[in-house]
Design a protein around this ligand. Structure first.
Ligand SMILES: *Cc1c(COP(=O)(O)O)cnc(C)c1O
Length: 219
C-alpha cells in the first residue's frame, strides 16, 4: 500500500471506531506522526489533505517543518516528545500544540516564551498513567495542583491531557483513567491511542489519536 492508501485506511478506521462508540466521526482528529521521515515522504499526505502532524524532537522538526509550514500555512504541528527547558524557545516558535508539558519548570519556561514571542501555543499535560519510572508525565495524584498552576499563575492555554500507556499492558484502563482525569479537571481534549490501539482509544473518548507507523510505515 502507498502512504496515501494507508492514510485513507487509518481515516476509515477512525470513522468506523467513532461510529461504533456512538460518537461523531469528526470529533476525533488524526495527528499523523511523521518523526524520522523526511519532507518528501510526508508530502503525499499533505497533498491528500492531512494537516495535523506530530513530531517528537524539536531539532528534527526544525529541519523539515518551517518550509512546509510556509508552503501550507494551515498545517498544525504537535510536539509529542519530551522537552527540555533549554528548547522551550524553539518549541514555542515552531509548534502549535505542545502535548508533553509535565512539570513546573517546563511549564514556566513555555509560558514565559509564549508571552515573549506573543505566540498562541496550546498545551496538553502528559500524564504517566502507569507510574513508570522511566517515562515522562506527571503522576495522576499531582495533576490537580499542576493544572491549577498552569491555568492560574502561568495563565497558559491548557486544553487537554495526553498519555502513553505501558507497552506491555492492556491500554484500556489507562485510557479510562486519562478520560476520568480530564473530566475531573474540566479539560476537553484527550490525546491517546497510537497505531496499535487508536480504535480502542476512540472507544474511551480520545479526541485525537497519534498515528505514525500505520501511515508512514516502519521506522
Ligand atoms: C512515535 C509516537 C507515536 C506514534 O507511534 P506509532 O506506533 O508509530 O503509531 C505516538 N505517540 C508518541 C508520543 C510517539 O512518540
Amino acid at each position: 500500500m502507498s502512504v496515501e492508501e494507508r492514510l485513507q485506511d487509518v481515516r476509515d478506521k477512525i470513522v468506523k471506531a467513532a461510529l461504533e462508540a456512538g460518537r461523531e466521526p469528526d470529533s476525533v482528529s488524526l495527528v499523523a506522526v511523521s518523526k524520522t521521515f523526511d519532507a518528501e515522504h510526508i508530502r503525499p499526505t499533505i497533498n491528500a489533505g492531512q494537516r495535523v502532524f506530530g513530531e517528537n524532537r524539536v531539532q528534527e522538526a526544525q529541519g523539515k517543518w518551517p518550509s512546509l509550514k510556509t508552503e501550507v500555512p494551515d498545517i498544525e504541528l504537535h510536539l509529542i516528545g519530551p522537552l527540555q527547558s533549554n528548547k522551550a524557545e524553539d518549541a514555542v516558535a515552531l509548534f502549535d500544540v505542545i502535548e508533553t508539558v509535565d512539570r513546573e519548570k517546563i511549564a514556566r519556561a513555555l509560558a514565559a516564551e509564549a508571552k515573549r514571542q506573543e505566540r498562541l501555543v496550546r498545551f496538553y499535560i502528559q500524564v504517566n498513567t502507569g507510574l513508570e519510572p522511566q517515562k515522562a508525565g506527571i503522576a495522576p495524584d499531582d495533576l490537580g495542583p499542576f493544572v491549577a498552576l498552569c491555568r492560574g499563575e502561568l495563565a497558559t492555554q491548557v486544553e487537554g491531557l495526553m498519555c502513553i500507556p505501558p507497552v506491555d499492558e492492556n491500554p484500556g484502563p489507562h485510557f479510562a483513567l486519562l478520560a476520568k482525569l480530564a473530566e475531573e479537571n474540566g479539560l476537553p481534549k484527550l490525546s491517546m491511542g497510537m497505531s496499535g490501539d487508536f480504535e480502542t482509544a476512540i472507544g474511551f473518548g480520545a479526541t485525537s489519536v497519534r498515528v505514525g507507523s500505520a501511515i508512514f510505515g516502519v521506522r
